[in-house]
Every structure is written in structure tokens, then in C-alpha cells.
Design a protein. Structure first.
Length: 343
């Protein structure tokens, strides 16, 4: 009887040891749905509930992938797809209007294992830009494809093109009309137009969705998707599809997805700057994120925020606006959902 008992005891110890190791393996996800002038007074209780429910759905969708042992890239893609399908956020179905009354969408994704990345810019007939960005990364020799070329690639990959007006929503159209009224008054000269555009409220200039994740294998990933800037012209492209500006991930430091006034995030290389501070200055993601968002960007008028996750599953969600749609979850942290800056 001794041998079986010893065998049972030994197997129990192994099981407990494996269980402890599994519990110590970190995995985490964070998402955002845009930052800006997001104030509680502008929401009805029903609207706030709807936004929180969609943020919860997105973060839980991504977390489930991680919990089941899936890759961070798949978790990021799944979470962003949920947000792209919602009219509440400026990406996919909720994309804002260009000055000419259409929709031009951008997205990017990055693999922290090897810095592989894919991005699309200015696409007009793609239901899920983040999925197309993933195809660019996986199935092309390029990093970024734009406009008609990106859509030709999409067709080759079996992606069905949709009509641009399927992105139409009444609230976004009303926002376009208001923006154009302000801009038309200053159309006399190019300088006056530029001044008027700079004077537009920040909500006309931002709005993005994104996700960052760490999987059980220790791999990081980041992705970002957007409908761009209300009343944008001339094929303008923001930071969302720009690797290093709106999206960055590497296993040696962290994963970042940004949302805000894209021109500033491009000029200051925000996403990769945060990770560089973590990697080369041994800063925590809280320190690095705060420095870039509140000490570098805020003084020069760069409004917005980022979501960050590091290799230990730590999460940071800094922003310098009155609100940022955000949510996070990890194997050590319960689901968190926030909208306003006091929560």
C-alpha cells in the first residue's frame, strides 16, 4: 500500500506545483475607445450604460482568448473588432465623416515577438480595418498599404468590400455639418482656414479604438483602428496606422495603443517613446506613460491618452483629457471599465 500512497502524494505535489506556476503566469488586456471632452453631464444614464456595456464586451472578448491560451495578437484583433462593429466609437461602423462626406479608415497591428507589423490607411470599403491590417502583416511583404492598393490586396485575400455609406450614422453627420460651418467662415485664405481648423474643439480631431495584450507565453501585441478626424481633407492620415506613433509593441518593454490628436502623436513618436523609456531608462509603464502624455504632450497642446501593458501584466491607462473610454482585465485584476477622469 505504501507505493500507491507515495505515488498519489507525489502526483498531488506535482499538480499543486503546476497549479501554482500556472497562477503565476501573467496575462492581461487593456482597451480604449477614444479620449476627448467626455463629460458625465453629456450622458444620459441609458447612454452611459450602453457605452460601459460595449467596453465590457470588448475587453471580455479579448480576455477570453488569453484565458484559453490564445495569442495576444488574436486577443487584440478580437477586442478591436467588437469596437469596430459598434456605432459608439470612431472606428469601423462609427467612423466620422471626411470634409467631402465620405469615410476613410486606418488601422495597424504589431507583434511584440519580432516587431512584425501591418497597417492600412485611407481605406473606404473595408468593414474591419484591423483584420485587414493583420492580413497585411501576415500575408504581404509590406508594412503599410493605403487607399485603392490596400483594397486590391484585400480582394486578393478574399475580403469582401462594402459600400462606403454603410459607415453612415446620424450623430457623425451632424458633427460634420457643425465642423464645416466653422471652417467655411474662415475659407478666405489658407492661413485663416488652418487657424479655424486648429480652433475646432478637440473632439473633432480625435477618436480611436485600440487594444494591448500580454498572453500566457509572454508575448505582447498592440493594435489601433480609427475613422480619423472629422472634416479631414486631402487624404489625411493620423497616428493610428503609423507604427511607433499610434501603435507599438515589443517583448523587451511594453505594448501601447494611442488615441488623441494624431498630428502630435506622430510628431512625438508617442507609442515607441513610451516603450523606449521603459526599455532604456528602466521606467515603469506608469512613469513612462505619465511623462509622455502629461509632461511632453500636454504643454504643447497634444491631447489624448494611451493604454499600456508590460511583460509582467501591469496595466496603465494615462490620459490628459476629461475622459477616455477604457477597460482592462488580467489574471490578477478584475474587469475595470472607466469613462471619466475621476474613476
Amino acid at each position: 500500500m505504501k507505493t500507491p500512497l507515495l505515488a498519489i502524494f507525489a502526483s498531488s505535489l506535482i499538480a499543486l506545483s503546476n497549479s501554482a506556476l500556472a497562477a503565476e503566469t501573467p496575462f492581461a488586456i487593456a482597451i480604449h475607445g477614444g479620449a476627448g471632452t467626455i463629460e458625465k453631464a453629456r450622458f444620459t444614464p441609458a447612454q452611459e450604460k450602453q457605452y460601459r456595456a460595449k467596453l465590457t464586451e470588448a475587453v471580455e472578448t479579448g480576455y477570453k482568448v488569453l484565458q484559453q491560451g490564445g495569442e495576444s495578437l488574436d486577443a487584440v484583433t478580437a477586442a478591436i473588432t467588437v469596437l469596430e462593429q459598434s456605432p459608439y466609437f470612431n472606428a469601423g461602423r462609427g467612423a466620422v465623416y471626411t470634409y467631402d462626406g465620405g469615410h476613410e479608415l486606418d488601422a495597424s497591428i504589431m507583434d511584440g515577438r519580432n516587431r512584425e507589423a501591418g497597417a492600412v490607411a485611407g481605406v473606404k470599403h473595408i468593414e474591419s480595418p484591423i483584420k485587414l491590417a493583420r492580413l497585411v502583416m501576415d500575408n504581404s511583404v509590406h508594412v503599410m498599404l493605403s487607399g485603392q492598393g490596400a483594397e486590391e490586396f484585400a480582394k486578393e485575400q478574399g475580403v469582401e468590400l462594402i459600400e462606403n455609406n454603410l459607415f453612415d450614422t446620424e450623430p457623425r453627420y451632424k458633427a460634420l455639418l457643425k465642423a464645416k460651418q466653422k471652417l467655411e467662415k474662415a475659407k478666405a485664405t489658407s492661413k485663416e482656414y488652418q487657424a479655424a481648423h486648429k480652433a475646432l474643439p478637440s473632439n473633432y480631431k480625435m477618436g480611436t479604438v485600440g487594444a494591448v495584450a500580454l498572453d500566457k507565453n509572454g508575448n505582447l501585441a498592440a493594435g489601433t483602428s480609427t475613422g480619423g478626424m472629422t472634416a479631414k481633407r486631402y487624404g489625411r492620415v493620423g497616428d493610428a496606422p503609423v507604427i511607433g506613433a499610434g501603435t507599438f509593441a515589443e517583448n523587451e518593454s511594453c505594448a501601447v495603443s494611442a488615441t488623441g490628436h494624431g498630428e502630435y502623436f506622430i510628431r512625438y513618436n508617442v507609442a515607441s517613446d513610451i516603450c523606449a523609456r521603459v526599455k532604456y531608462q528602466n521606467k515603469t509603464i506608469e512613469q513612462a506613460g505619465d511623462e509622455v502624455i502629461n509632461q511632453v504632450l500636454a504643454p504643447i497642446g497634444g491631447t489624448g491618452g494611451v493604454i499600456i501593458v508590460d511583460t509582467k501584466g501591469n496595466i496603465s491607462l494615462p490620459f490628459n483629457t476629461s475622459g477616455m473610454y477604457r477597460a482592462s482585465k488580467s489574471n490578477t485584476q478584475a474587469t475595470y471599465v472607466g469613462i471619466f477622469n475621476d474613476e
